[in-house]
Ligand binder design. Structure first.
Ligand SMILES: CC(C)(COP(=O)(O)OP(=O)(O)OC[C@H]1O[C@@H](n2cnc3c(N)ncnc32)[C@H](O)[C@@H]1OP(=O)(O)O)[C@@H](O)C(=O)NCCC(=O)NCCS
Length: 183
């Protein structure tokens, strides 16, 4: 499989149907899922919902999607550029194995995806969102050149601890990025 993107330490490639075990391993760690669903994802759900969902985005949006990331030590997690429904705007995201935290991989991959969105894909705006209490993720956003825009509140049937502090939206537009926000 040819690479979607390469950085100094990471290679990003599309997932394939053979990659189920990588996603099961990633989503079965409660710490990784803490600010997402709050619990490990069952293998059956990864097989029936998560992986097919990833593959479907490649078919619908050939330049976008969720990409497995490999470093010298092997699979470390994924990065994504997702459609938002707003033309010219994509959503950047990341999820790494706990063993890959604290090495700068998330910031390295996110910066590369933002640059790719503006320079190769012609996007006008890149956004990212997370729970306000997900401080590690917010730090990645800041280090990657995204800027805080707002806090907002959503209603959930079964809210995670910290939902009361809301969700945060970070973003950068092309003009700001061109002017050097990524440096
Ligand atoms: C969010 C997440 C990707 C952040 O990972 P992270 O390791 O904190 O972020 P980075 O990869 O950018 O690493 C930064 C850390 O590596 C350190 N580091 C070590 N070597 C480094 C290097 N060569 N270059 C840069 N930073 C380096 C930095 O100092 C920083 O340390 P600190 O956290 O003590 O300040 C990770 O916590 C995760 O996968 N969480 C679960 C999924 C999730 O919540 N995703 C976001 C939902 S929106």
């Amino acid at each position: 499989m040819t690479a979607y993107l390469e950085t100094e330490r990471l290679v990003l490639r599309r997932f394939s149907a053979e990659d189920l075990e990588l996603l099961v391993a990633l989503d079965s760690d409660p710490e990784v899922m803490r600010y997402l669903t709050g619990q490990p994802t069952a293998r059956e759900e990864v097989e029936r919902v998560v992986l097919p969902g990833i593959l479907k985005v490649y078919a619908d949006h050939p330049q976008l999607g969720t990409f497995k990331a490999e470093a010298a030590e092997g699979f470390v997690g994924w990065f994504g550029l997702q459609p938002t429904g707003v033309p010219g705007t994509v959503d950047v995201g990341y999820r790494l194995l706990r063993s890959a935290w604290g090495k700068g991989y998330a910031t390295e991959g996110t910066r590369a995806l933002i640059a790719h969105a503006f320079t190769e894909l012609g996007m006008e705006r890149v956004i990212a969102d997370t729970m306000a209490v997900n401080h590690r993720s917010r730090a990645v956003m800041r280090r990657s050149g995204l800027r805080f825009e707002k806090v907002y509140h959503e209603r959930f049937d079964d809210p995670l601890p910290g939902t009361e502090f809301g969700e945060v939206l970070y973003a950068v537009d092309r003009v700001t990025w061109d002017a050097g926000a990524h440096e």
